[in-house]
Write a protein that binds this ligand. Sequence first.
Ligand code: F6P
Length: 365
Amino acid sequence: MINKRIGILTAGGDCPGLNAVIRSVSKNAFGLAWEVIGFEDGFQGLVEDRYRRLTNPDVSGILTQGGTILGTSNTANPFRYPVRGGRKIVFHNYADKVVACVRRLHLDALVCIGGDGTLSIAQRFVRRRVPIVGIPKTIDNDLSGTDFTFGFDTAVHIATDAIDRLHTTAASHHRVMVLEVMGRYAGWIALYAGAAGGADVILIPEIPYRVDRVCQQVRARAQHGKRFSLVVIAEGAKPKGGKQVVQRMVKASTDPIRLGGIGHVLGRQIERLTGIETRVSVLGHIQRGGSPTSDDRNLGTLFGHQAVELIRRGRFGYMVALQNGAMTAVPIRTAVGKRKLVPRNHPLVLATRAVGTSFGDSFLV
Ligand code: F6P
């Protein structure tokens, strides 16, 4: 006997660990003899009636796979749904279609896996009495209410590996190598990867930098016989009194701004001011691709289990969370709308400074 039927969707940018979560939610649900409906491409699947029943074979063997077997969209906001009208895009409110779909399918719960944009949309449906449980996803790790989001650890591993690889060229050619990483308005990826890769300079949005300080660090290293430097810069970093560099606008997206390009700006400045040959790499979407790390697989498995537990207990409007190493849940409304940024006194900032890394506001060797 099937005693519950739940829906599941993945929305926003893809992220390693999504399939681990889908697998965990589904297998936990199957264990309780529940039915699972997978919606395609995030909320688009609810608006356009695109969904399929997930069975055990669908979610077997996907733990290690990157991406999402359900597909995703970062533009399908049902409250502002983009529809192409000739050459223009017009926006419609299709929220009623979503509510109707949930009712028509007799869903007892809808599991929404996403970042701030997705969970903000989910919260609007919570207010419309849709029984939602949220699962926090983003490589940026900038969601409030949880110490970590899945996907972050994999992005940090990939970025750390990139720094290690740049190290060899930097040292062999006596160059400055600049690596630009993602993270939007938060510097978590830059901080964790920069620290792990032993970067000489880490620049994050939370600590506006001074180009002269960055160059002083590079010069000071050269004076100490270290003829190369590694600079890790978050895409959202900006100079003191300056602006973030916007790469493009994605009009239909919940957050239309796409940052990127600051690495090249800084690289040119360093080369001009120090005279040291400087090269720039932009890591981009490579950070989001491929197999999740063991930590992200396990966090996905834990989050999925916890989400089903919340549904079993009828606790809707909550997002599963990791706090101080333990699984918990927080109201979705308290997690969205305020970014979790790197505190200036974060232990890793302090420890990294203490071993000589500059954050562009000081120079130490
Ligand atoms: O939020 C995840 C993220 O990868 C950010 O780090 C980055 O700024 C953005 O998404 C890129 O978005 P898109 O995939 O639309 O280019």
